[in-house]
Design a protein around this ligand. Sequence first.
Ligand SMILES: [Fe+2]
Length: 527
Amino acid sequence: MNTSMSRRRALGLGGAGAAAVLLGTGAWSAAGAYAAPKSGGPFTLGVASGDPAPDGVVLWTRLATDPFAVDGKGGMPATPVRVEYEVALDERFRAVVRRGSVVATPELGHSVHPEIHGLAPDHEYYYRFRVGGEISPVGRTRTMPPLLSNPRELNFAFASCQAWQDGYFTAYDHMAEEDLDFVVHLGDYIYESGVGTNKRGVVTDPRFHTEAMDLARYRLQYSLYKVEAPLQNAHARHPFITTFDDHEVEDNWAGDISKVDTEPDQDPAVFRQRRAAAFQAMYENLPLRRAQMPTGPDIRINRRLHYGRLADLTMLDTRQFRDDQPCGDGDGVDCTDRLDPNRTILGGPQREWLLDGFSRSRARWQILGNQCPIGQTDRDPGPALDVWYDPWDGYVADRDRVLAAAQDRGVRNLVVITGDRHQNYAWDLKRDYADPASPTVGAEFVGTSITSGADGADMPQDGVNFLAANPHMKFFNGQRGYVRVNVNRERWQSDYRVLPYVTQPGAPVSTRASYVVEDRVPGVQEA
Ligand SMILES: [Fe+2]
């Protein structure tokens, strides 16, 4: 609250904020800080907020009295249910500024996504839901600063890759304690695979042994993740800005192409039905705005958010519009298809939208929320170039076009934040990786996983010395965690927050390293 008040004073806002309309103390019963939802009540999956704007946010909850009901319907009746919500200036709801209600329908898994408008910019709010006599846990959120303001600083964290079967979500308990404006999630929020014997023990319930293929099963998979207390804590504490990678649907999917040839979805028409189920379950379980509601197998997840004039955040979709991976989906040294100038990872329209944003943006920091690494990753410290084909290394023409355009169109500071790799990197983005003298045009911070890959280690993995093989790489770490970022007008700082283990609960967190980018100095430097 202190931070919020001092920030508001810095912006010259009045007491309750220009847009606040006090509705008096709530008639709802007592509430306080976030408390775990009651099992058997309708709020077993927690609460969340997302996609902050200067005037509001989207709130989220999904009603499920029995989140593991076999039909995926959460124990809810086949009828609509009215859900009330309140937004207040304080966590005891003495100063309520918005009240309303929305209808949770069985068609959308009894999820609700009320979009709140008319709030004050750069301000902290609390929210909760009510159904009948049941009141949800309390969430906290923040609005963005005014579009044309020049905020002094931005604090956020980014995360990705949370395979439930690989460990505990302890990192989210630590993230909930950070002082952040928002959290960016870069994908692999769920993994579609079946769960049996795993790093947490054994799941005996056979419903979880099969891979998610239809809506009921994807919904169950989300329930498995969403009942986790650390994940609920982080959502209740910070607004999230999310995109997806491959595992929200299927490992390594590309456009209409399924990647597991033992499954019945080799026909693109069948795979598109699966994609529709996966996107719907994702929408039902995340704080996404109506603009991100899928239409069958299609979704618009790429979008832009603005933190005043300090930073633009462009969220990308590198799955839905990509060409098939070249030369199979693996890695190697002799794939020339990956250099084909006609191949794309963004698709033409999204690429033009991205580059158009480069031309128009007046933000000091241009942040790309990206899924798989854009920087070249050589796996061979010797003369050979051995790369993976699924990330941007398989789509070199698009990488070159995007990085060249950032420089040619005068992007002041390009910083890409990335997930997927289950490793922490800090490295320079090069205009042309084939030319050692090529200029550095930006920075990329690759964040490790929340759990995927289990405990990990603070050293090169799989026998590959990535630092030796990639001269543009300044930092490597293979532990679990997330990246905390502080951005001001002069510099960006990434703190790599790591946990020593995730296969047991309760791990502490520490900052393994910090890397910075200085204004108008492309590339990363040790802090
Ligand atoms: Fe992943």
